[in-house]
Design a protein around this ligand. Structure first.
Ligand code: C2E
Ligand code: CA
Ligand code: CA
Length: 588
């Protein structure tokens, strides 16, 4: 560009020099006639003016760009192509240069707005040159219309900031708009909306139907929204709305009720009538936070609570959630240290056969020995650890250390038949699971029959048959797989058909009231029947009283685990517990 400018400068320098005017093309320079042809043929609008800003030449490209013939332009002020609001600056610039000063625009390439004959404005790239001829200043403007380039850029930007499927704002853009709204409004309510049943619709009817449903949902949100609302799609089936309001609470209820009502009206997609339910979390800016990113996180937290309490609910962010977030954050950071500083420990809880009165195995349970806080139970750290980056690593450690301990015990008189190890979702990724388990067993000289992996349906629910393959391989090798907390999730029975289960673990809540609640008894009876029919093992956990044990045994559940027989205990305590029992048996 600079070379071109210099060249054009030379063109104009040459133009006013009479001596050169009709001179033949000498020494490689081109003639004045050629200059004019070049100017005319150029796709760049080239306009010259005198010191007062009167147009002295106007090429064909300028005619097309501004919709003004050169005959109409020449003699007029340059201001005909300058939008009104910039004209004062233009005049000041002319005066400055005429008075011997400099203009910041000369020699620069800048993007400015220009105006056409019909009054429409458009963006151009402008380069200005000026030169002195016979003691008078002249100006040359070189202009390129960049309307199309701008439109293409805007399209690209739209693509980058908007979700392609729904055309709603994406995560970053939503955050950006929310930040702007927080600056401009007295109060902003942020709604995080997560669809409760989208996954099952997507899985059962296919992704094209799922995509159309998301698009219809987005359209519905747009239809509900007032012009001031900001709507975004932040993830798969997660949407967000920011609503500028006057005050945090009074007028929010109507909005919430309206949202819920309109959201749950049926959609017609591809011949299916579909109903969507949502969990909604609400946080208020600036009351809860004046930071857009944090406000979204707080609304998200409230949404999570709504989801956890069964879905189809609206929860407002509150102080208890704030304390919860702070605690989770602390745990989150401390967990990284815990792994580095070897603060993990394993506890073992015995499992018994009521009919043979023999130990059948032990469940391995993780504990965190914090240097200041002491022994921490899973209820405190597990909700954070489960989704933490270190989960895989910790899970691997549990697997390895459990096997090491079992092998070490086997070398003494402590002959424990089997250990049950709980798996994290992170460990469940094919194809490493099978290899990891088999390698770890081999490393410690153990057999596949020596270990049982405990999985919950939370783990199996998100995996298809292909990813569950390694589990089938492991079972084929002889590794046990127990379905933990059986009966507590809504897909327990479905899990039985999609995963290779060798043992069912009756959850504590069914055992708790087994003596006096006929419903719980009926559920347990059903589980006994399922285990018989499918020929899989059955173990009851959380057995605390003799009465519960007797009831379970009478109903056909022989294997039990619970405080009645032994709490989870350290390896050392487990050894003592084991040998005390052996000693007791010998005396008896
Ligand atoms: P879970 O797998 O259902 O483990 C059984 C829980 O019930 C244990 O809690 C155990 O202490 C408790 N329990 C056993 N018998 C009784 C009883 O008679 N009465 C009562 N009230 N409770 C009993 P714990 O050790 O606090 O573990 C809680 C959960 O943490 C476990 O539930 C499991 O989901 C998770 N967890 C523990 N260790 C690991 C691990 O190494 N890996 C993974 N992925 N999860 C683990
Ligand atoms: Ca378990
Ligand atoms: Ca359990």
């Amino acid at each position: 560009m600079e070379n071109f400018l210099m060249y054009i400068g030379r063109v104009y320098q040459g133009r006013d020099s009479k001596a050169h005017r009709h001179k033949k093309n000498e020494g490689g320079s081109i003639s004045q006639a050629d200059h004019e042809k070049l100017t005319e043929a150029s796709g760049i609008g080239i306009v010259t003016s005198d010191a007062e800003g009167k147009i002295t030449s106007w090429n064909y490209a300028a005619e097309r760009m501004f919709g003004i013939q050169s005959s109409a332009a020449i003699g007029k002020s340059m201001e005909i192509i300058i939008p009104k609001r910039f004209r004062d600056a233009h005049r000041a610039g002319l005066r400055r240069v005429a008075g011997g000063g400099s203009s910041s625009l000369i020699g620069q390439t800048v993007e400015v707005m220009a105006i056409r004959a019909d009054g429409t404005e458009f963006p151009i790239i402008l380069s200005l040159a000026c030169w002195d001829s016979g003691g008078e200043m002249h100006f040359g403007a070189f202009m390129t219309d960049i309307t199309e380039r701008r439109a293409a850029e805007a399209k690209l930007e739209h693509r980058a900031t908007h979700d392609q499927l729904t055309r709603l704002l994406g995560q970053k853009a939503f955050e950006h708009e929310l930040a702007r709204s927080l600056e401009d409004s007295a109060c902003v309510a942020v709604f995080m909306i997560d669809l409760d049943n989208f996954k099952s619709i997507n899985d059962s009817l296919g992704h094209p139907v799922g995509d159309t449903l998301l698009q219809s949902f987005a359209l519905r949100l747009k239809a509900i929204a007032a012009p001031s609302w900001i709507i975004g799609r932040l993830g798969g089936d997660e949407f967000a709305i920011a609503v500028p309001i006057d005050a945090p609470l009074p007028d929010i209820q109507n909005t919430v009720d309206g949202l819920m009502r309109r959201i749950s009206k049926t959609f017609s997609v591809d011949g299916h009538r579909l109903q969507i339910f949502a969990s909604i979390g609400v946080a208020f800016g600036p009351t809860d936070s004046d930071n857009a990113e944090e406000l979204i996180a707080l609304a998200d937290r409230a949404m999570f609570q709504a989801k956890r309490s069964g879905g189809r609910k609206v929860k407002l962010f509150d102080q208890a959630m704030r304390a919860d977030i702070a605690a989770r954050r602390q745990i989150n950071d401390a967990l990284i240290l815990a792994s580095k500083r070897d603060e993990w420990e394993l506890f073992f809880q015995p499992q018994f056969d009521l009919s043979t009165r023999q130990l059948t195995g032990a469940e391995v349970l993780l504990r965190w020995r914090h240097p200041e806080l002491g022994l921490i139970e899973p209820a405190v750290f597990m909700p954070v650890l489960e989704t933490h980056l270190v989960a895989f690593e910790v899970g691997q450690w549990v697997l390895d250390e459990s096997c090491r301990q079992l092998a070490a015990w086997r070398k003494t008189e402590l002959k424990l038949p089997r250990i049950s190890v709980n798996l994290f979702a992170a460990q469940f990724h094919a194809p490493s699971l099978k290899g990891n388990v088999m390698r770890t067993l081999a490393h410690h000289g153990l057999e596949p029959q020596d270990i049982e992996l405990e999985i919950t349906e939370k783990i199996t629910l998100n995996f298809d048959r292909a990813s569950i393959g390694p589990l089938y391989d492991l079972v084929a090798c002889g590794v046990g797989v127990a379905l933990d907390d059986f009966g507590t999730g809504f897909a327990s029975l479905a899990t039985l058909t999609r995963a290779p289960i060798t043992q069912l673990k009756i959850d504590r809540r069914f055992v708790e009231n087994i003596a006096d609640d006929p419903h719980n008894r009926a559920v347990v009876a059903g589980m006994v029947a399922i285990s018989d029919t499918l020929d899989v093992g059955l173990i009851a956990e959380g057995v605390e009283t003799l009465e519960q044990a007797e009831q379970l045994q009478a109903m056909g559940c022989q294997i039990v685990q619970g405080f009645l027989f032994g709490k989870p205990m350290s390896a050392k305590d487990f050894e003592k517990f084991y040998f005390d029992r052996v000693a007791c048996a010998a005396v008896a």
